[in-house]
Ligand binder design. Structure first.
Ligand code: GDP
Ligand code: MN
Length: 380
């Protein structure tokens, strides 16, 4: 779950990280009022769950209350990379001399959290990482011990931070670590953290991505989740307890179990095909859940064929077959299905599907082959 900038910065502020004065608004009228309170010179920032808003025109500076209202009207009617802007953050303008990148994430290879800093922060940080990786400083952390003073000092030196700012930088990095840990974040990032002309370090942007698997212990975060701003298909899938991830290909996949789902993607690729999604319907899925899963797969216009690969254990193949039949009835889209059912009640399931125009397969290999040929435009 990704939080909006204004939500992330408010959590950072609770951990002692300085942020600009400002408030979120959903109308130009409200923006006008906030701009008046802040003295007219404000930055107006689209609150959408994507990066690179600056480059996409979603961040603009206003020199007066009137200009703020005008810009707000424009931004609030914009689409940023396909996402409508429903809210803007209105912050006081901060002038600065240096932009720093500071972020914490988990490094899966090292199996440790890593804190990353760069003196070349700002909107081109990806470019910096590619072109001059030596300007990115990384320190691996031991989760139980957290972040030590000597480590933040190493970062401060690495990014050429002036000596007077080491102390506030230490406090900010530690605040970020606490925010990362307490929210069970996958990413906690400030870009840019600026050296303001007042001499202070201030977080101008904030990004928190919370691990979905930990949301059960963060009701306060679930409450502020902005479902309107997320991919509708993924929201729908989550509601039914389905793990769905959109991919680029044209073979839809409905599988039970994450391991089998991954194996299915591999075998499709080995056959020269390209999966359009990862979808794990979980154990013991009901016909209703299966039908929802199929609807979600079919919602992707790229899908040319659907491969159903079920190994029945707790999941009963006849339930799966019922779900397929239910979904097919309402969807009335003519997407061919290749079905491989094995395990609990497989014969019952296959019997329910016989007499329909579905393709069946006895093995995964055969199913993947058929699906790939259909996706490529061959009959079978
Ligand atoms: P992002 O593009 O989505 O990462 O949005 P950011 O919040 O990081 O803003 C992009 C850029 O806009 C920053 O790197 C700054 O250069 C600039 N910016 C954002 N807020 C302010 C501000 O208050 N004052 C000034 N001068 N520039 C700002
Ligand atoms: Mn940013």
């Amino acid at each position: 779950m990704r939080l909006h900038e204004y939500q992330s910065k408010s959590i950072f502020a609770q951990h002692g990280i300085p942020i600009p004065k400002g408030r979120v608004a959903n109308s130009a009228g409200e923006v006008k009022q906030i701009a008046e309170e802040l003295g007219g010179r404000v930055v107006i920032k689209a609150q959408v769950l994507i990066g690179g808003r600056g480059k996409a025109g979603g961040i603009r500076l206003a020199k007066s209350v009137e200009e703020a209202e005008e810009i707000a009207t424009q931004i609030l009617s914009m689409d940023l990379k396909g996402l409508p802007v429903r809210r803007v953050l209105v912050d006081e303008i901060v002038s600065f001399s240096k932009e720093i990148y500071l972020g914490i994430t988990n490094d899966r290879t090292e199996r440790k959290p890593v804190i990353i800093a760069s003196g070349a922060g700002g909107i081109d940080i990806e470019e910096v990482a590619r072109q001059s990786p030596e300007r990115i400083i990384k320190i691996y952390l031991d989760a139980p011990f957290g972040l030590h003073d000597f480590q933040t000092r190493e970062l401060a030196i690495g990014i050429d931070l002036q000596r007077e700012l080491w102390k506030p930088f230490n406090a900010i990095a530690k605040g970020l670590w606490k925010a990362f840990k307490e929210t069970d974040a996958a990413i906690a990032e400030i870009n840019p953290l600026v050296v303001a002309s007042t001499g202070m370090l201030i977080a101008l942007d904030g990004k928190l991505v919370v691990d979905d698997n930990s949301l059960f212990r963060h009701p306060e975060l679930v409450e502020i989740r902005d479902l309107d701003a997320e991919e509708p298909v993924e929201v729908e899938a989550r509601k039914y307890g389905l793990s769905y991830i959109k991919l680029d290909g044209n073979i839809g996949c409905m599988v039970n179990g994450a391991g089998l789902a991954m194996a299915t993607l591999d075998i499709i690729k080995q056959n020269g095909g390209a999966p359009s999604n990862f979808l794990d319907i979980g154990g013991g899925a009901s016909a209703d859940k299966v039908a929802t899963a199929l609807r979600i797969i079919c919602a992707d216009p790229q899908v040319k064929v659907i491969l159903v690969n079920i190994f029945g254990g707790i999941t009963r193949c006849d339930e799966v077959a019922k779900g397929i039949l239910a979904a097919q009835k309402e969807a009335n889209k003519n997407i061919p299905l290749v079905v491989r059912l094995a395990g609990t009640n497989a014969e019952k399931g296959l019997k329910l599907l016989s007499g329909t125009n579905m393709h069946t397969a006895a093995s995964m290999e055969e199913a993947a082959g058929k699906a790939t040929r259909i996706a490529a435009g061959e009959k079978k």
